[in-house]
Design a protein around this ligand. Sequence first.
Ligand SMILES: [Mg+2]
Ligand SMILES: [Zn+2]
Length: 227
Amino acid sequence: MTHRAIFLDKDGTLIDDVPYNVDPDQMRLAPKAGIALRRLARDYRLFVVSNQAGVAHGFFGEDALPAVEQRLRQLLAGEGIALDGFYYCPHHPSGADRRYRCRCTCRKPQPGMLLQAAGEHLLDLGQSWMIGDILDDIEAGRRAGCRAVLIDNGGETEWQMSELRQPEFVVADLDLAADRILASQPPPSNIPVIDPIGQQASLETGGNDHARRSMGRRPETAVRPAR
Ligand SMILES: [Mg+2]
Ligand SMILES: [Zn+2]
């Protein structure tokens, strides 16, 4: 039995964006996040997948992140919503802290966090969605074999488009994202999965086979589920 998932970017998507903020007191849920996620939670497991390059840049320690997760869970619990998982990437290729300076497979637009969640929670990526406020979120979702919705709220400023950065829908807020997702038909069975090094999975074996092989494999640089 596999589950469908909604992967949510955190900053600018699920909570109001305050750059590199890890102060739990400054965290506020994005407009309509509560109603949107309550609707989605009937059919989907909910996961946060968040780039936290502030760790690599030395802006805050990785030990600040459990309190962020805890506050997020508290805010969502206040709306009657339970998160199924919280994943973050603490890396950056030009980070100041050498322990976190690397080209990992978990930093979005790479799909490592989604693939790890799929392996740990038996998720059907082809039936799952990524929601984010920048095109790197869209690309991570598409590389994992998911469909993706862009919340166009000013987070994306560069608009570097490519085939993999094409969202299924572009909407103004999370509740409109929920409308579009819940009204969507299941995808065709052969959505190609794109692997982390950027090459298209072989189409003759079908994307889903590739996803299954990828699911159990940890990225070379481990993503840390913060619990
Ligand atoms: Mg964001
Ligand atoms: Zn990473």
